[in-house]
Each structure stands twice: as structure tokens, then as C-alpha cells.
Design a protein around this ligand. Structure first.
Ligand SMILES: Nc1ncnc2c1ncn2[C@@H]1O[C@H](COP(=O)(O)OP(=O)(O)OP(=O)(O)O)[C@@H](O)[C@H]1O
Length: 263
């Protein structure tokens, strides 16, 4: 059964602010399929911004537009059909199996009181496969490692078939191979993506655009290659960015390397 991917969403933030200065007015526009990384020191306002985008918070002022429509003028269910969030907080219902957690991603698409359809089961199976979780499908979620749980959360978002996927530090708990795999997978979904990251080295190769926050203010926004400069790193994080020395490595997946070698 083929499942055409959902169309990517466009996202516009119009002067959104929250919490009496915790997030000061931020504006930006992302075209369908763009990947935005959000960077900033601890407490800069990244999670707050993400919560406004996935409709967990309502802006104190301003609007979040999804495909041109204010998300607070839309029913919550309509937003849930278009926006998936992968959060740092994970489900506490540890008794559910991995397959059951991933199947929760289908909930916004189901009619009240109706059970999972054949298509739902297919999409859940596909999401488990893409995150290499088939062997864990019947394991209780609570028995998984932190990294395995994080992959389950990404699989649940995938099962939701979103047009916009919001991820709060998606590489937390992941070893270097799974970090690269998850970011490549998220990038390859074709959805519009907003992800907060702490590792500056992961931004290049993952994101098209970069938003840097500092003390709740947008310090910079634009294409990664233009925005991510030593000067910006110094201002946002208070550290000096050095060119890589001989004991430093850039990492890539083996199949990426094979493609590069055969190119
Ligand atoms: N509900 C709240 N009430 C009061 N202060 C809050 C609330 N939510 C967030 N804050 C404060 O707002 C600031 C921004 O928090 P936020 O979680 O958005 O930062 P962050 O950039 O995601 O940080 P980190 O990298 O540490 O996860 C922090 O100083 C935080 O303590």
C-alpha cells in the first residue's frame, strides 16, 4: 500500500512573544519543506518558541500561521493532523509497547470511537521500520534505553504524517551514529522542520536556515552558511570558535561516505 507523503506546511511567525519578556517578539517565515535549526544558550527561549509553534502555548502577542492560518483559529485536532512534536519529556505510560506508542501518532487522523484502519497499521509498521525499531515493537516502552526511547518518539511523529515537525533537542541521548541517522531521516521526510539543537557541528548538513536566540531575543535568522559565524557563536554563547585541529573529526554515516567516494 503506497502512502504519499503529506504536503509540507509553510510556517510564519508574526511578532510572537510570550511570558512578559521570556520570549520577545520574533518574526520569521519558512517555506514548505525548509529545515530550521534553533540555537541558543541554556535558557535563551528555544523550548518556549517551540511550544508556541506546536500550539502548547498561546502567544501573548502576535500570531503563528500554518499554511497562512492562525493556529489558534483552527481546531486543536486540525493542528494535530498537521503538526507533530518530539519533546524532551517522554510518555510516562511505560507499560505501553513501542508499537502502541507509535500508533498514538495516528490518533488525530482517526474518527471518534473508530479503531485503527489497515492504513494506520501500515503507517505504524513503516515508521517502526524507518527507525529500526521492529525488534522492539512488542517491548514495553519503559524497558528501552534513553536513545531507543528517543527513536520511538521520532517514529510516533512520523506516524502522524505531519506537514510540520517540531523537535526539541532530538539528538539528546543518541550516540553519534543515531544522531546522524535521526537528523538525516528527519531531513529526508520532506516535511517542514523546526528543531532546537545544542551541537553546533550538527547544524551544517542538517538545516537550511538558522535562528539564534539570546535572552529571548532573535539574535540572527537566515541561511546557515550566512548566520553561523565565529562572531555569532561568540555573541550567542560567549565562547571562541576555532578552526578544527588535527585531533578533531567531522562525522558522517558510512553510506554517505560511500556516495562521496563513488561520486
Ligand atoms: N512557565 C515558565 N514560568 C517561568 N519561567 C519560565 C517558564 N518557562 C520558561 N521559563 C524561563 O524562560 C527561560 C527560557 O526557557 P526555555 O526553556 O525556553 O529555554 P531553552 O533555551 O529551551 O533552554 P535549555 O537549552 O536550557 O533547554 C528560562 O530562563 C526559563 O527558566
Amino acid at each position: 500500500m503506497s502512502c504519499p507523503p503529506p504536503p509540507p506546511a509553510s510556517l510564519t511567525l508574526e511578532q510572537i512573544s510570550w511570558g512578559d519578556g521570556i520570549l520577545k517578539p520574533v518574526s520569521l517565515s519558512l517555506g514548505p519543506g525548509r529545515v530550521l535549526a534553533v540555537l541558543g544558550a541554556n535558557g535563551a527561549g528555544k523550548s518556549t518558541l517551540l511550544r508556541l509553534i506546536y500550539r502548547y502555548y498561546k502567544p501573548q502577542a502576535g500570531r503563528v500561521l500554518l499554511d497562512g492560518q492562525d493556529i489558534h483559529a483552527l481546531p486543536a485536532r486540525a493542528v494535530a493532523q498537521r503538526v507533530a512534536a518530539v519533546l524532551q519529556e517522554q510518555p510516562t505510560d511505560f507499560a505501553l509497547t513501542v508499537a502502541e506508542i507509535v500508533a498514538l501518532g495516528r490518533a488525530p487522523h482517526r474518527r471518534a470511537l473508530s479503531g485503527p484502519s489497515e492504513r494506520d497499521a501500515h503507517i505504524v509498521g513503516h515508521a517502526l521500520q524507518r527507525l529500526s525499531l521492529m525488534e522492539f515493537a512488542q517491548r514495553p516502552f519503559g524497558t528501552l534505553s534513553g536513545g531507543e526511547r528517543q527513536r520511538v518518539m521520532v517514529a510516533r511523529a512520523l506516524a502522524q504524517e505531519p506537514g510540520l515537525i517540531v523537535l526539541d533537542e532530538p539528538t539528546n541521548h543518541l550516540d553519534i551514529r543515531h544522531q546522524l541517522e535521526v537528523l538525516r531521516l528527519v531531513r529526508g521526510l520532506g516535511a517542514t522542520v523546526v528543531a532546537s539543537l545544542h551541537d553546533l557541528n550538527l547544524v551544517q548538513g542538517f538545516a537550511d536556515d538558522l535562528l539564534v536566540l539570546q535572552d529571548g531575543c532573535a539574535l540572527a535568522f537566515g541561511p546557515v552558511a550566512e548566520v553561523l559565524t565565529p562572531d555569532l557563536v561568540a555573541r550567542a554563547f560567549g565562547v571562541r570558535a576555532h578552526p578544527r585541529g588535527p585531533a578533531q573529526f567531522d562525522f558522517s554515516l558510512f553510506d554517505d561516505m560511500q556516495q562521496e567516494t563513488s561520486a
